[in-house]
Design a protein around this ligand. Structure first.
Ligand SMILES: NC(=O)c1ccc[n+]([C@@H]2O[C@H](COP(=O)([O-])OP(=O)(O)OC[C@H]3O[C@@H](n4cnc5c(N)ncnc54)[C@H](O)[C@@H]3O)[C@@H](O)[C@H]2O)c1
Length: 323
């Protein structure tokens, strides 16, 4: 039996992971620790209300006492660290909190986990740490060339985790996934933001000319990839997790517009983000060799996502926030 601590588990990917994990492991226990920032929402864990194998704590991963107490109380053996400030635009306006949570918070978590001799620590990172690649694909050995304060803070955390592996033989694994999408993503990221605009009959704000390329990964596929790495990954290694769905932002926008029966007149081209990465691309052969591949097709997953937002109109409103 495993008792796993999931940080950031009231956020978008973390909440899907908690649900996914408990579905797959009927005997294990999950403890969720989340600060409930604007991006965290207890309603994301609604399906687990009353589940005797799930415990929730509101708190900061940088709170040493709280983290150590939880690890001791529940005899935590595994940790998956999703907790982070995640929105690039916010990191450009206010970088500091990104380093406090993403780097220093991770360091507190690593020290508490090390003191407790935990068995496995999976640190959730992003393909954004590789920076913009005009051609080719980043492997896990590619240089880290972050261009935003967000991606710099994530790269800093990755290097910190690496240093603990090297220095203390700490049992960590890093995953770096591409852009996730799916139900319950806070409507500041492109897909839920555009769905929200289109549902309200408003134009969608596309940065620059919309030529930036991203790979899209359905959130359920990322969760199964992270689980696969948690169970079968080699300690000390890093695994890219991608969906194999490369699209320019304008291609993605037109797919969303088509879904609502709308045309380009609903696009508002707005001033580009500073240092906006042109293209992310990752080579996922390492995790494929480990036996994982994504199972959802992009079109079906996008449709499912749009339908979810249509049927949960008040999800991001304050009254839905159970916290
Ligand atoms: N969304 C993506 O496309 C994507 C892609 C690659 C990697 N990632 C990474 O996956 C992880 C989860 O991303 P997400 O999209 O679910 O983010 P999110 O913003 O939806 O959720 C982050 C969660 O972390 C919590 N949190 C923030 N600061 C905290 C702190 N100091 N202590 C405890 N909890 C705190 C928030 O309350 C929130 O619930 C992040 O580490 C992110 O960098 C995300």
């Amino acid at each position: 039996m495993v008792t796993i601590l999931v940080t950031g588990g009231a956020g978008f990917i973390g909440s899907h992971f908690v649900e996914h994990y408990l579905r797959e492991h009927s005997d294990d226990t999950v403890v969720t620790l989340d600060k409930l920032t604007y991006a965290g929402n207890l309603a994301n864990l609604f399906s687990l209300q009353g589940n005797p194998r799930h415990f929730f704590y509101q708190g900061d991963i940088g709170d040493e006492q709280l983290v150590s107490d939880i690890i001791r109380k529940y005899e935590i053996t595994h940790i998956v660290n999703f907790a982070a400030d995640t929105h690039v635009d916010n990191s450009i306006k206010n970088p500091r909190v990104f380093f406090e949570t993403n780097v220093l918070g991770t360091q507190v978590l690593l020290d508490a986990a090390r003191a407790a001799n935990i068995t496995r620590f999976v640190h959730i990172s992003t393909d954004e740490v590789y920076g913009s690649l005009l051609t080719g694909e980043a492997t896990e050995a590619s240089p880290l060339l972050p261009n935003s304060p967000y991606s710099a803070s994530k790269a800093g955390a990755d290097l910190l985790v690496r240093s603990y592996v090297q220095t203390y033989k700490f049992p960590a694994i890093i995953t770096r996934s591409s852009n996730n999408f799916g139900p319950r993503q806070f409507p500041e990221k492109i897909i839920p933001l555009f769905i929200k605009c289109l549902m309200a009959g408003e134009k969608v704000p596309v940065y620059g000319a919309g030529t930036n390329v991203r790979d899209w990964l359905y959130v359920e596929d990322n969760c199964s990839g992270i689980m696969h790495v948690l169970e079968k990954g080699t300690l000390g290694e890093t695994y890219n997790i991608g969906g194999g769905n490369m699209l320019t932002n304008i291609e993605l926008t037109r797919k969303l517009l088509a879904h609502f029966g709308l045309d380009d007149s609903f696009i508002d081209f707005v001033t580009d983000r500073p240092a906006h990465d042109q293209r992310y691309a990752i080579d996922c052969s390492k995790i494929h060799k480990l036996g994982w591949t994504p199972r959802h097709t992009f079109v079906a997953a996008l449709t499912k996502t749009i339908e979810w937002y249509k049927s949960h109109l008040d999800w991001s409103m304050s009254e839905q926030r159970l916290a």
